[in-house]
Write a protein that binds this ligand. Structure first.
Ligand SMILES: [Zn+2]
Length: 202
C-alpha cells in the first residue's frame, strides 16, 4: 500500500471517528504503519475531525524522531502508538479515543460486560491502570498490557478511554465503533436489569 493510500485512509477514518462521536474536542489520536520502522500519526492539539494530509506527522517508531512539519507536532500519545506498532507485527493501525459508554466503564475501573453474540467472540480486553496522558508511566502500563495479552484488539485505559489495534486502518475504526456499541448495549442492559443480571454464554 502506498503512503498516499495510507494517508487518505487515515484522514478519512479519523474524520469518521470524530463525526461518529467516538471522541470530542481535540481528544484522540490515530496512527498507521507506513514501513518497517515508520508511522504516520495525527497532530497534537487538533481535532481528529480536522485531520488532513498536511498535518499528519511522519515518525520513526524506534527512535521517536519525527520529520518537522511546519508548526505541527505529533500527538503526545506517540509513545504508546510507536511501541504498539513495534511490538505487534499483526497491527498496522492504532486508534485511541474516548467513546462515552466504553469510557464510562473505564472510569469505573470495570470491564465492559460482554453480553451479546458479537461480544462473546472478542478476545479479552485488558484494563490499564491510570497514568496521566502522554507520560512514560502510561506508555509503560500500556506496553505491559500488550505484552500480557498478545492477541488483544482493545485496551481499556482506566479513567481515560480505549485503544484499538487494527490489522488495517479501517479495521481499527470498526473495532472502536463496535466496542462502543457493545458498551452501550451493556449499559442499557444494566439500566433495565441491574448489574447482577448475568447472561449465559451459549
Ligand atoms: Zn486520550
Amino acid at each position: 500500500m502506498t503512503n498516499k493510500i495510507i494517508t487518505d485512509q487515515l484522514v478519512h477514518y479519523a474524520k469518521r471517528a470524530y463525526n461518529r462521536g467516538l471522541v470530542g474536542g481535540t481528544g484522540g489520536n490515530f496512527s498507521a504503519r507506513t514501513g518497517d520502522q515508520r508511522m504516520l500519526i495525527t497532530a497534537s492539539g487538533l481535532s481528529l475531525g480536522d485531520t488532513s494530509s498536511d498535518n499528519l506527522i511522519d515518525m520513526d517508531i524506534t527512535s521517536y524522531q519525527w520529520k518537522p512539519n511546519e508548526d505541527y507536532v505529533p500527538s503526545k500519545e506517540y509513545l504508546f502508538h510507536a511501541d504498539i506498532l513495534r511490538l505487534r507485527s499483526d497491527v498496522d493501525a492504532v486508534l485511541h479515543i474516548h467513546p462515552p459508554y466504553a469510557t464510562a466503564y473505564a472510569v469505573l475501573k470495570r470491564d465492559i460486560p460482554m453480553v451479546t453474540d458479537a461480544a462473546f467472540k472478542q478476545p479479552p480486553t485488558p484494563r490499564v491502570p491510570f497514568a496521566p496522558s502522554g507520560t512514560e508511566e502510561l506508555q509503560k502500563n500500556v506496553v505491559q498490557a500488550i505484552e500480557n495479552h498478545p492477541d488483544c484488539k482493545v485496551v481499556l485505559l482506566e479513567q481515560h478511554g480505549i485503544i484499538c489495534l487494527g490489522s488495517t486502518i479501517r479495521w481499527a475504526y470498526d473495532i472502536a465503533d463496535m466496542t462502543e456499541e457493545l458498551a452501550r448495549i451493556a449499559w442499557l442492559q444494566e439500566m433495565l436489569c441491574g448489574s447482577s443480571f448475568k447472561p449465559l454464554r451459549p
